[in-house]
Write a protein that binds this ligand. Structure first.
Ligand SMILES: NC(=O)c1ccc[n+]([C@@H]2O[C@H](COP(=O)([O-])OP(=O)(O)OC[C@H]3O[C@@H](n4cnc5c(N)ncnc54)[C@H](OP(=O)(O)O)[C@@H]3O)[C@@H](O)[C@H]2O)c1
Length: 278
């Protein structure tokens, strides 16, 4: 299989390349010999990739919190690369807490950064791909789109919105050289939960519902597969080069639960989900 991807894709842009899934995707692409522009808010976190892969890898400083700057950073990288055959919108973070307990700034931050800024970048990438009638855009959404995570309403909204855009673009890509992949991971063992500082505040509230749900989220993530497996799923999807939805993860989350959701009534799925998250 090695080398096949490079025949299709010469250049890629990956947001959130410093850790977890984004780092695994970036490594997978670099090992295939694809030139990658990878982002972090702190480029020092990308030095290990630079040291390992040299000229194949370009460090990019990008913060979703500053939409205008993120857009111009993307455009500059695009000029620098010639164009991007592949753009992976992966950067993201979670905010944990009951809807009423979180300051509005917290969930607004999540929607502004993970949805609106990401859409802005996708708009720029898709427009360039349309001009040359080729390119693949990947949105790293989440199975939370189908099975909302407890006390993570802002995250659930942002991912559902991103998947809604993906579905629109899957439709708009029909009959063209463009391709849209809605990549929905289940739990993968990454630094994701560690990035949810708000969880600490929420736990201080000593609300037993929040504590039980947080413990279940932690347990699920700690026992989850390695990010390398998600990279393999993405690699297979890129090799196929077809638009569509890819569910990636363990058998229970990525296969059984979606099947159950098709067969069982919604009220039963909600009840199963509540007991899954304690
Ligand atoms: N792990 C899972 O189980 C899971 C499941 C479903 C979906 N996902 C999604 O997968 C994506 C990657 O998550 P992960 O699990 O790999 O978590 P992670 O290890 O915490 O990595 C998150 C990445 O996103 C970047 N990032 C976070 N906030 C950012 C911001 N405001 N601006 C720019 N970059 C930002 C981080 O870069 P810096 O901190 O270096 O800036 C980091 O590279 C996320 O979109 C997440 O929602 C993860």
């Amino acid at each position: 299989m090695s080398g096949l991807l490079k025949e299709k894709y010469k250049t890629a842009f990956v947001t959130g390349a410093s850790s977890g899934l984004g780092e695994a995707f970036t490594r997978m692409l670099l090992k295939e010999g694809i030139r990658v522009w990878g982002t972090s808010r702190d480029v020092n976190k990308l030095r290990k990739l630079k040291n390992e892969f040299g000229d194949l890898f370009t460090l990019v400083s990008l913060d979703l919190a500053d939409a205008e700057s993120a857009l111009s950073v993307f455009k500059e990288a695009e000029i620098n690369a010639g164009n991007f055959d592949l753009v992976i919108q992966n950067a993201g973070f979670g905010v944990f807490g009951a809807f009423e307990g979180l300051p509005s700034t917290e969930w607004k931050k999540q929607l502004d950064q993970m949805l609106l800024t990401t859409i802005l970048l996708s708009h720029a990438a898709w427009s360039s791909m349309r001009k040359k009638d080729s390119g693949i855009l990947v949105h790293v959404s989440s199975l939370a789109t189908e099975f909302p995570l407890p006390f993570m309403s802002g995250y659930n909204i942002a991912k559902a919105g991103l998947s809604a855009l993906s579905e629109s673009l899957i439709f708009e890509a029909r009959g063209s050289g463009l391709c849209m992949i809605d990549f929905r991971p289940g739990d993968y063992r990454t630094a994701f939960n560690g990035g949810m500082q708000v969880a600490a505040l929420a736990l201080e509230m000593r609300d037993p519902r929040l504590i039980r749900a947080w413990e279940a989220l932690e347990k699920n993530l700690n026992e989850a597969p390695s990010a390398l497996e998600a990279a393999l799923d993405l690699k297979r999807a890129l090799q196929r080069g077809k638009s569509g939805l890819i569910r990636s993860g363990g058998f229970f989350q990525a296969r059984l639960a979606p099947l159950a959701a098709r067969l069982l009534p919604k009220w039963l799925m909600r009840s199963l989900s509540a007991s899954y998250f304690k």
